[in-house]
Ligand binder design. Structure first.
Ligand code: ADP
Ligand code: MG
Length: 908
C-alpha cells in the first residue's frame, strides 16, 4: 500500500496522506480541482490511466486456460486416467487412446459450459454497477463508479452509496451510515472540520469513505482516494480471499454427487470381489469395474446446475429482473409470501390530483395540460376562484422538490411522482412554477421521510418567511393550531380536526391518496418548521392500479403465494386498492394500522397470529416492515419483500429475497437487494418466481434423467456380469453413452421453458431434498424398464430372430448397446412435469433444444458406423434390417411403458 504511484505529469503525490488533516481548499488546490467546475474530462481520462480504475479487487475474470485446466480434476477424471494407464499396461492400445479421447471430449464440454456460465455472470455483474454523481467540466453528471478519479468533485444525497474516499467540501444535514467500515450501526453526523492526523477512522467526521452510504442530507466532496487506495481497499487487501461463492443448491448437488460416487465404489468392489471369487478372469473383471464406475458417476451434474442457474439469470435480465446472487434463483422458486409496497409497484405511480377540499367546499377536477386548463366537474363550483384555492396551489408548488417541463404534449418529470403530480396540477391551473419559485426563494427544508410522513419548506417572502407544509393528513392536523376560512384565520379546535379527519377518510375510502396542506407566516426562522400551522386544505390524488396486476395476482393465488400489501398510505386508501385487487374480500377484513403494531419483543403469540392473518398493513414504518419479515420467517415462510428507501435496507437484507426498485429505488436499497426490478412492476416479481420454479424443475429434470440413464447402465452391467452373460457392454461403449449421448439432452433439459402448470402448484418446501422419495422411485422404475427392454431386445434377437444354437456375442452386444442408446434418447421425452396434457403439448416436447440435442446424438451415433476407427473402438457391426428394427422397437417400447406408467400416475 505504501508505494507511490508514478505521478510525473501531476503536481501531487498519490496516495494522499491524511486528507482529514487538511482543509478542503488546500486539497482542491493540490489536486488541481475546483468545487464548482471539477476536473475536465481530458484530465480525468489521464488520471484514470495513471491511478487505475476505482474498483476494490481487480478480480480477474478466470482466464480460458485456467477454466480448461480446472476440467482435469475430480474423481471421474482420475478414474478414467487410471483406466487408460491400465489399458496401456495390458497393451490394449485402442482402449487407452479412446479413453484419452473421451477425457478430452469431456474436458471440452465442461470447459464450454463453465466458460459460458462465467461470462453470463460477468455480463450480469456489469448490469448492477452503481453510478457516481460527479461534477466535471462544470456539469453535474453520472458516471460509472469505476471511472471516478482523485480530484473528482463527488455529490451524494440520501440513499446514495459513497463510491470513493473523499474530503467533505460542503454539506447539508449530512448523516452517513458507516457500519460497513467501522461496525458502528448508528448513522454518523458529518462536519466540515479539519482534524488532527491521528484521529481514528470512526471519528473522521470530515471524510466520506467508500462502501458507506448517505442516510440523510446531501454532500459535495473532493475525491482523495479510489480503488485500493481507500480505507475499504485497505481492509479488502487484508482479507482478500478469492473464494468463489457457491450457492446452497450447487453445494447440495456436489454432496449428492459425492454420495453417489461412494455408493458406486462400494458396488464395484462388491461386484469385483464376487466376480473373482466366481473364478472370473482378472482383466475382464477390471474392465467391468471400470465400466461400472464410468456408468454410475454423474460427473456432469454440478456444472450443468451452475449453467442452468446462470442461464436463468440471463433470461430474467431480459425480462426486467436483475438477479444479483445465483442462490436467489433457487430461493425464488420456493417463495411463498410476497410483501409488496403499494405505490408504484401495485399501482402505476402516475399520480394525478383529483379532488381539492378547502373549508369553503369540495371540488373534483380534470386537468387539461395541453390547454393549461382545469375543468371543475363536480362539487362546489366557483371555489377555485377563492384566494384559499390559490394558497393550496402555492403550497403544492413550493413544498416540492420535483421538476417538470412540458414539451410536445409530453411531460419530462424528475422526482417523486406525488410531487410531479402536484406540479402538473399547478401547471394546468395556469400558475408559472418558475415565477413562483423566484418570488418565494427557498431558504430551508425538512425533507419527506416515511417515518414522519410530512415535509416542510421555508421561503423568503418580502420581509417575512413563508413556511409550506404537506403530508399525511393526521400528521399535518396534529401540527395545526389554526385554520383559514375566508380572509380570517381562526383557532382550530379538536372538533374541527375530527371533522377534517373524517372528510379525508371518506375520500380515502374511494381510493384517493390523501395529503393535507398547511402554512405559516413568521418573522424569524423557527427551529422546527412544522409547528403551529394554519390548516389550508386537502388534496386527493388518484393512483390507478397497474393494468397487468390482476393477472399477476391471479397467478399468485393459483400458485399458493400469499401477497401482503405494506404501505405508508392511509388504511382506507389501502383498503380501497386492496379490494379493487381482491387482496381482501370484504369491508370488514382487518387492515392493520402501524400504530397497532407493537415492538417485536412485546408481541404475544396471539398477536403474531393476527399479523400472519393480515393482508394489508397501512401507515407502517420501515422498522415494522423488518418486524413483519421476522414474524413471517418464524412461521417458516420464504419471504420476498420489496423496498426502495434507505430505511428499507434492513428489511431487504432480512427477507429471503430482497427486491429493490430499479427506477424508484435508492442505490442503498439496490445494493443490499438480491434482485432488482428494472420496471418496478409487481408482475415482474411473479414472473421471476415462475422462472425460479421452472429453473429448479429443470435442474430436477436433468438430474432425474442422468441418474436414470446411469442406473439403467448399472443394472445392465451388474446383471450381465453376475449371470456371466456373453454380451456385456464394453467400457468404451459406456463411456460413449455417458459422454456423447447423455450430456447434450441433459443440457437441453436445463433450458426447458416450463409449463403453465408450474404456477398451479403449491410452492416447494425448501427443506425437501432435490430428489425426494417420489423421484427416487421414478428413477428406479425408469431404469428397470429401460434395462429390461434392452435385455429383452437381446433375448428376442437370440431366440426369435437368429435361431442359432450358440450366442452371437458381437450381435448381442450391438443390439444391447444400440437399444440402450435409443432408449435413453427417447427417455428424455419422459421428463415431462405436466402429465395432464397430451404428449405433444408437454414442456419437453416443445423444447426445441431437446430436439436439436436428440438429432445431433442420433447423427453422431449413426455416423459412428461410417468412421472405421470409431466403429472399431466401439466394436460396432452394421446391423441387418431386422436387428435394427429390434433396437428401435424395444427402445420405443421402453418409452411407451414409462409413459403409460406416468399416465396412470404410478410414477411421477
Ligand atoms: P407508500 O409509498 O407506501 O404509499 P409513503 O411512505 O410514500 O407510502 O407515504 C405515506 C403518506 O405520506 C402518504 O399517504 C402521503 O399522505 C404522505 N406523503 C407521501 N409522499 C409525500 C411527499 N412527497 N410529501 C409529503 N407527504 C407525502
Ligand atoms: Mg412512497
Amino acid at each position: 500500500m505504501d508505494h507511490k504511484t508514478e505521478t510525473a505529469h501531476f503536481s501531487f503525490s498519490y496516495p494522499i496522506t491524511s486528507p482529514h488533516s487538511r482543509s478542503s481548499e488546500e486539497l482542491c488546490e493540490e489536486l488541481s480541482s475546483t468545487p464548482s467546475a471539477g476536473l475536465s474530462s481530458e484530465e480525468a481520462k489521464q488520471r484514470l490511466t495513471t491511478f487505475g480504475r476505482n474498483v476494490i479487487r481487480e478480480k480477474k475474470s478466470k482466464s480460458s486456460f485456467i477454466i480448461l485446466l480446472a476440467q482435469f480434476k475430480g474423481a471421474f477424471v482420475i478414474l478414467l486416467f487410471i483406466a487408460a494407464v491400465l489399458s496401456a499396461w495390458f497393451s490394449e492400445w485402442l482402449d487407452a487412446i479412446a479413453i484419452l479421447v473421451v477425457l478430452l471430449i469431456n474436458a471440452l464440454i465442461g470447459f464450454l459450459m463453465e466458460y459460458k456460465a462465467e461470462r453470463s455472470m460477468e455480463a450480469l455483474m456489469r448490469l448492477t454497477r452503481a453510478n457516481a454523481k460527479v461534477i466535471r467540466s462544470g456539469k453535474l453528471q453520472e458516471i460509472p463508479s469505476e471511472k471516478v478519479v482523485p480530484g473528482d468533485i463527488l455529490f451524494a444525497e440520501a440513499g446514495d452509496l459513497i463510491l470513493a474516499d473523499a474530503r467533505i467540501i460542503k454539506l447539508k444535514q449530512l448523516q452517513v451510515d458507516e457500519s460497513a467500515l467501522t461496525g458502528e450501526s448508528v448513522a454518523v453526523d458529518k462536519k466540515d472540520d479539519t482534524l488532527a492526523t491521528d484521529v481514528s477512522l470512526a471519528d473522521r467526521v470530515n471524510m466520506l469513505h467508500k462502501g458507506t452510504f448517505v442516510t440523510k442530507g446531501n454532500v459535495t466532496a473532493i475525491v482523495t482516494g479510489t480503488g485500493m487506495q481507500t480505507e475499504l481497499g485497505n481492509i479488502a487487501a487484508l482479507v482478500q480471499s478469492a473464494t468463489q461463492q457457491v450457492t446452497p443448491l450447487e453445494k447440495k448437488i456436489s454432496q449428492f454427487s459425492r454420495v453417489i460416487l461412494w455408493i458406486t465404489v462400494a458396488l464395484i468392489v462388491i461386484i469385483f470381489i464376487a466376480g473373482i471369487l466366481e473364478g472370473n478372469d482378472f482383466m475382464k473383471m477390471l474392465q467391468t469395474s471400470i465400466a461400472l464406475a464410468v456408468a454410475a458417476i454423474p460427473e456432469g451434474l454440478p456444472i450443468v446446475t451452475t449453467l442452468a442457474l446462470a442461464q436463468g439469470m440471463l433470461q430474467m435480465s431480459r425480462r426486467n429482473v436483475i438477479i444479483k446472487k445465483l442462490s436467489a434463483v433457487e430461493t425464488l422458486g420456493g417463495t411463498n409470501v410476497i410483501c409488496t409496497d403499494k405505490t408504484g409497484t401495485l399501482t402505476q405511480n402516475k399520480i394525478e390530483v383529483n379532488t381539492i377540499v378547502i373549508p369553503e367546499g369540495r371540488i373534483e377536477i380534470k386537468q387539461n395540460h395541453n390547454e393549461r386548463s382545469t375543468a371543475f366537474i363536480n362539487g362546489n363550483n366557483g371555489i377555485e376562484k377563492l384566494p384559499q384555492y390559490e394558497l393550496v396551489q402555492r403550497i403544492a408548488l413550493l413544498c416540492n422538490t420535483a421538476e417538470i417541463s412540458f414539451d410536445k404534449n409530453l411531460f419530462t418529470e424528475v422526482g417523486d411522482p406525488l410531487e410531479t403530480g402536484l406540479l402538473k396540477f399547478v401547471y394546468s391551473g395556469g400558475l408559472e412554477i418558475a415565477v413562483y419559485r423566484e418570488k418565494f426563494p427557498k431558504i430551508g427544508e425538512e425533507p419527506f421521510a416515511s417515518e414522519t410522513k410530512i415535509m416542510s419548506t421555508i421561503h423568503k417572502y418580502g420581509e417575512i418567511n413563508f413556511v409550506a407544509v404537506k403530508g399525511a393528513v393526521e400528521e399535518v392536523l396534529d401540527r395545526c393550531s389554526r385554520i383559514r376560512t375566508g380572509e380570517k384565520v381562526i383557532v382550530m379546535d379538536q372538533h374541527a380536526k375530527d371533522h377534517w379527519q373524517k372528510e379525508s377518510e371518506d375520500l380515502a375510502r374511494s381510493g384517493l391518496r390523501m395529503i393535507a396542506v398547511a402554512y405559516k407566516e413568521t418573522g424569524e426562522i423557527p427551529e422546527h418548521l412544522a409547528e403551529d400551522l394554519v390548516f389550508t386544505g386537502l388534496i386527493g390524488l388518484l393512483d390507478p392500479p397497474r393494468e397487468d396486476i390482476y393477472d399477476a395476482l391471479n397467478e399468485c393465488r393459483s400458485a399458493g403465494i400469499r401477497v401482503i400489501m405494506l404501505t405508508g398510505d392511509h388504511p382506507e386508501t389501502a383498503r380501497n386498492i386492496g379490494m379493487k385487487l381482491k387482496l381482501v374480500n370484504s369491508e370488514n377484513e382487518i387492515v392493520m394500522h402501524g400504530r397497532e403494531m407493537k415492538e417485536m419483543k412485546d408481541l404475544t403469540q396471539e398477536e403474531k397470529k393476527k399479523w400472519l392473518n393480515t393482508k394489508i398493513f397501512a401507515r407502517v414504518t420501515p422498522k415494522q416492515k423488518l418486524d413483519l419479515v421476522t414474524v413471517l420467517q418464524e412461521d417458516d415462510s420464504i419471504v420476498a419483500m420489496t423496498g426502495d428507501g434507505v430505511n428499507d435496507a434492513p428489511a431487504l437484507k432480512k427477507a429471503d429475497i430482497g427486491i429493490a426498485m430499479g427506477q424508484r429505488g435508492t442505490q442503498v436499497a439496490q445494493d443490499v437487494a438480491d434482485m432488482i426490478l428494472k420496471d418496478d412492476s409487481f408482475s415482474s416479481i411473479v414472473h421471476a418466481i415462475k422462472q425460479g420454479r421452472v429453473i429448479f424443475e429443470n435442474i430436477r429434470k436433468f438430474i432425474v434423467y442422468l441418474l436414470s440413464c446411469n442406473l439403467s447402465e448399472l443394472i445392465i452391467i451388474s446383471f450381465s456380469s453376475i449371470l456371466n452373460l456373453h454380451y456385456a457392454l464394453f467400457p468404451l461403449q459406456i463411456l460413449y453413452i455417458n459422454i456423447v449421448t447423455d450430456v447434450l439432452p441433459a443440457l437441453a433439459l436445463g433450458v426447458t421453458k416450463g409449463s403453465d402448470a408450474i404456477m398451479k402448484q403449491q410452492p416447494r418446501n425448501m427443506l425437501e431434498p432435490i430428489i425426494d422419495r417420489k423421484r427416487w422411485i421414478s428413477i428406479i422404475v425408469y431404469s428397470i424398464v429401460i434395462s429390461a427392454c434392452c435385455l429383452a431386445a437381446v433375448g428376442t434377437a437370440h431366440l426369435a430372430l437368429h435361431k442359432t444354437e450358440t450366442w452371437n456375442p458381437e450381435l448381442c452386444n450391438n443390439i444391447l448397446f444400440m437399444t440402450l442408446i435409443f432408449s435413453q434418447l427417447w427417455h428424455v421425452f419422459n421428463m415431462t412435469t405436466d402429465n395432464a396434457v397430451s404428449f405433444f403439448r408437454t414442456d419437453v416436447f416443445r423444447n426445441k433444444y431437446v430436439w436439436y440435442a436428440s438429432f445431433v446424438c442420433l447423427a453422431i451415433t449413426i455416423g459412428a458406423y461410417g468412421i472405421p476407427p470409431v466403429a472399431k473402438a466401439l466394436s460396432l457391426y452394421r446391423p441387418d434390417h431386422r436387428s435394427f428394427g429390434l433396437m428401435i422397437g424395444f427402445s420405443l417400447l421402453s418409452m411407451i411403458i414409462i409413459r403409460s406408467l406416468k399416465r396412470i400416475k404410478l410414477i411421477l
